[in-house]
Design a protein around this ligand. Structure first.
Ligand SMILES: [Ca+2]
Length: 158
């Protein structure tokens, strides 16, 4: 077997060294670290996928993410691209629309699932939504907590 010149061996090792940090940096773009850091009993929403760019968080509900009251306001409506549930007792229900009638297209996020890292992969239960196909991405306008036992959820985020 031909001996590899020392200079080439060194370059090969340097090349491997350069690959490792790049891989680590990519792996950091996920929701698991956000979940670990999240406050117990709270839900979170993010403007971008993989829980990037914090939009808001709440231990309560908000029937209109586009009004000027509650935990989500103004420009928060139709912006969420990832969501997280660190609740203690309830599941989360998100709606395409607003109002305390809690009607229309919805999608739920369970505590077991913990987070949905890209809402482009999720659709409202009745397939309504902007730009169609009913995607939940950039379309959530309200949320509430629901009991896991009361059959409110016709579709679950993954
Ligand atoms: Ca609000």
């Amino acid at each position: 077997m031909r001996k590899i010149p020392a200079v080439l061996a060194t370059l090969a090792l340097a090349g491997l060294g350069a690959i490792v940090p790049a891989t680590t940096a990519q792996a950091a773009a996920n929701c698991s670290d956000n979940y670990t850091a999240a406050k117990s009993g709270y839900m979170y929403a993010y403007k971008h996928a993989y829980c990037e760019s914090h939009l808001g968080n709440s231990a309560s509900w908000d029937s209109d993410w586009g009004n000027s009251s509650g935990p989500f306001q103004g420009g928060d409506t139709n912006e969420a691209s990832s969501i997280l549930n660190k609740g203690n007792d309830y599941e989360l229900q998100f709606f395409n629309g607003t109002g305390q009638d809690w009607a229309g297209g919805h999608i739920c996020l369970s505590r077991d699932e913990a987070y949905a890292s890209n809402l482009n992969n999720d659709e409202f239960h009745n397939n309504t939504g902007p730009e169609d196909e009913g995607k939940a991405n950039d379309a959530i306008s309200s949320h509430r907590w629901v009991s896991p036992n009361d059959n409110n959820c016709a579709r679950w985020a993954t």
